[in-house]
Design a protein around this ligand. Structure first.
Ligand code: GTP
Ligand code: K
Ligand code: MG
Length: 494
């Protein structure tokens, strides 16, 4: 019997209906145009000290020899100084470091060459033109190097996404998260979940085939059920975290709000280190919502300046107030600003009653809105004088004028944003894209169908669907459209 069950396990592992190679050949279909040798400038555009040009494909060795003739290719993976010249005219182009990476031990898995040339535009374009003249070479398309790496099983799809994010990472937290994804943490997790499903599927199929057989080990169906239950719990916990990973990728919405003249625009300018908003002693200066992307204590955020909240003003300002309130409802974090020297004014009291106090209270669905209360203009308080107001909820003192209290505010922001975005330094790998969330949710839905299934064939099918979503998350059986969408994010030369 055990031999029979083992066959089933391996059969399920490789897909009983459509046998598939178990090698880590990610996309099935080869990358478009593979076979050609591609080349591109891989360092950034523009004047720079050193520019890196690379090639990938079977003619890489030939290209390297053509530009460095009469010398031969250098030993693998070691940098050598060579005179580059145009193979058509023999005209010298640059003295450069060249590297030779014979496949499969290269980034793409193919033969690769790198030219580290002096970064002037004339040198770069000369070398690119010389490469273009070598037979079998053509310029790379956006993301084509990475796509080839993926096609040769060098990177999984989640690792590819990690790499794209790493290239675009603007803040510390984004960089850490992208690196973790590039390390394949999410991929490992998905593969271990898929393995659990494979086991459960093997148990169900064993029961379908040998149900009446006395030799079948006792309790196989119960085992499958409990494996599915455990997986449901793990997936559910991960999905609850989902919005956080996406916020880390695209930025948390931080809304600065308060009564007129509290210093909201001053605070926005201070945090973004540039004059985004007009500051003036006139109340009602800011009318529209002004958004600016900022790095707040290492986290990416979209900071919104809003109109001072007050009633009984003209129609334009009233519209500004309406927009401010609308924005407050969508905030991941509210930065509530009051004038520390003006806490007893009707505007301040009204703001405390209508925005600050309700945010602290739990809403009917159990969640409360995150809010940091900042008492600005602390420089106007008498030194050594009494607390501004003992009745005011927990707050931070700040002076946008002198900068005093800014460090404390940034530390408080770091803590809040680590909650809002998830802290990539600790915690489980985050789901940074809607695509991840979609596949995990669909997997969970399929597990729901498994539990409701009235017959075993349907139950097994539900498990196969569930497993398919996990495989697609890391790029197995991926469709071309998804690949196109992901690789579109890359620049040429990556
Ligand atoms: N003394 C002092 N004055 C400040 C401070 N921060 C802002 N101000 C002044 O307060 C006034 C209002 O500042 P804004 O930043 O325009 O205030 P606001 O909340 O954006 O105002 P509205 O957009 O009109 O609602 C300006 O004259 C600022 O120079 C501070 O920390 N100390
Ligand atoms: K103002
Ligand atoms: Mg303003």
């Amino acid at each position: 019997m055990w031999r029979g069950l083992w066959t089933l396990v391996t059969r399920a592992a490789h897909g009983p209906r459509s046998p598939r190679s178990c090698m880590r050949q990610a996309s099935g279909a080869p990358a478009p145009g593979s076979g050609a040798t591609i080349f591109a400038l891989s360092s950034g555009q523009g004047r720079c000290g050193i520019a890196v040009i690379r090639t990938s494909g079977p003619a890489s060795g030939h290209a390297l020899r053509s530009l460095t003739a009469p010398r031969d290719v250098p030993p693998p993976r070691s940098a050598c100084l060579r005179l580059l010249s145009d193979p058509r005219t023999g005209e010298p182009l640059d003295r450069a470091l060249v590297l030779w990476f014979p496949g499969p031990q290269s980034f793409t898995g193919e033969d690769c060459a790198e030219f580290h040339v002096h970064g002037g535009p004339a040198v770069v374009s000369g070398v690119l033109q010389a490469l273009g003249s070598v037979p079998g070479l053509r310029p790379a398309e956006a993301g084509e190097f990475t796509r080839r790496a993926f096609a040769h099983g060098k990177l999984s799809l989640t690792e590819v996404e990690g790499l794209a994010d790493l290239i675009h990472a603007e803040t510390e937290a984004q960089r850490r998260q992208a690196l973790r994804q590039l390390d394949g943490e999410l991929g490992h997790l998905c593969r271990s979940w898929a393995e659990t499903l494979t086991k459960a599927l093997a148990h169900v199929e064993a029961y379908i085939d040998f149900g009446e057989d006395d030799n079948l080990e006792e309790g196989v169906l119960e085992r499958a059920d409990s494996e599915v239950r455990e997986l449901e719990v793990a997936l559910g916990a991960h999905l609850r975290d989902a919005r956080r990973g996406q916020r880390l990728r695209s930025g948390a919405h931080v809304v600065v709000a308060g009564p007129p003249n509290a210093g909201k625009s001053s605070l926005v300018n201070l945090l973004s280190r540039k004059p985004v908003s007009i500051v003036s002693p006139e109340p009602g200066t800011t009318r529209d919502v002004l958004e600016t992307p900022v790095d707040l204590a290492g986290f990416p955020a979209l900071l919104s300046d809003t109109a001072g909240l007050r009633e009984g003003v003209g129609p334009v300002e009233q519209e500004g107030v309406r927009r401010a309130r609308e924005r407050l409802e969508q905030a991941d974090l509210i930065l509530a600003v009051l004038d520390a020297s003006d806490l007893a004014s009707p505007y301040s009291c009204n703001f405390l009653d209508t925005v600050v106090t309700p945010a602290g209270a739990q809403s009917p669905n159990g969640s409360s809105q995150r809010l940091l209360l900042v008492l600005n203009k602390s420089d106007l308080l008498l030194p050594g004088g009494p607390e501004p107001s003992p009745d005011v909820p927990p707050h931070l003192l700040l002076s946008c004028l002198t900068g005093e209290g800014l460090d404390g505010l940034l530390e408080a922001l770091r803590k809040e944003l680590a909650e809002v975005c998830g802290d990539p330094a600790t915690g489980p790998p985050l789901l940074t894209r809607a695509r991840h969330q979609h596949h995990l949710q669909s997997c969970l839905d399929a597990l729901g169908l498994y539990k409701q299934a009235k017959d075993l064939a349907l139950a097994a099918e539900a498990l196969r669907v569930a497993r398919g979503h996990l495989t697609r998350l890391t790029g197995g059986g991926g469709t071309e459209e998804i690949l196109d969408l992901i690789f579109r994010d890359f620049c040429v030369g990556k």
